[in-house]
Design a protein around this ligand. Structure first.
Ligand code: ADP
Ligand code: MG
Length: 238
């Protein structure tokens, strides 16, 4: 079980106010999409949830527990980035098991967890390959596999499909939706692509310049956009 709450989160880099008081409630097993134009603060917000960046002010709670001073490894979440940065000299199996190796998990247990993730992601036949012998979609699946083996209660995705071509993006969206069903995990997904947001989200959070413009289901946002920005961004008829 994993809920997430953000309470008046503020982030400043020097004089630059990047996140200006964000409040948010994420329910257990919800698929939440942060959407907004480039530079609005999506990645910064995600990095603060992950613990890779400290908030200037405000609280981050996971299952009601304050996370502000807790390191990334102890938060029970895993992040999948846009640039999947697989280790080129390692096989798919070793890439997927690497974080477990760092955590001191035994070889046999690593193998078991990697195999289970590979099965979910249909990578079983590719475990001995190096990243350069994989397609873009396969590489992205390996990156997701690295997150799955850690059995996180919350997955954080930062524009994971933006390097893929249009056809593959459609396929990966379907696979991610299936993964969400199968893993029963809470997922927070960042994108600047409103189609991804509309098709994947239980709940959409529309951001502009570090401020939440509106939170709601795709249908709520489409039919009842609060302002012109949301309407324009979501593509509602106005
Ligand atoms: P998004 O992911 O929505 O494109 P980001 O969260 O990456 O936006 O960035 C939001 C704003 O914060 C941008 O204006 C960016 O230049 C600024 N920013 C991000 N990281 C830093 C940093 N380490 N130092 C200064 N400014 C930053
Ligand atoms: Mg970003």
């Amino acid at each position: 079980m994993a809920t997430l709450q953000l309470k008046n989160i503020i982030k400043e880099f020097g004089d630059t106010h990047v996140i200006k008081g964000v409040d948010l409630d994420v329910q257990d097993k919800e698929f939440v999409v942060f959407v907004g134009p480039s530079g609005c603060g999506k990645s910064t917000l995600l990095r603060m949830i992950a613990g890779l960046e400290n908030a200037t002010d405000g609280d981050i709670l996971i299952d009601g527990k304050r996370m502000n001073e807790i390191g990334p490894a102890e938060r029970g979440l895993a992040m999948v980035f846009q640039s999947y940065a697989l280790y080129p000299h390692m096989t798919v199996e070793d890439n997927m098991g690497f974080s477990l190796r760092l955590a001191g998990v035994s070889k046999s247990e690593r193998k078991e967890k990697v195999l289970a993730a590979a099965r979910i992601l249909q990578l079983e036949e590719l475990l001995d390959r190096k990243p350069k012998a994989l397609s873009g979609g396969q590489r992205q699946r390996v990156a997701i596999g690295r997150a799955i083996v850690r059995n996180p209660s919350i997955f954080l995705f930062d524009e994971p499909l933006s390097n893929l071509d249009a056809a593959l993006r459609v396929q990966m969206r379907i696979e991610l939706a299936r993964l969400h069903e199968e893993l029963d995990a809470t997922m927070i997904y960042v994108t600047h692509d409103q189609i991804e947001a509309m098709t994947m989200a239980d709940k959409i959070v529309v951001l502009q310049k570090g401020v939440v413009e509106q939170v709601g289901s795709p249908m709520e946002l489409y039919h009842h956009p609060r302002n012109r920005f949301v309407a324009g961004f979501i593509g509602s008829p106005t």
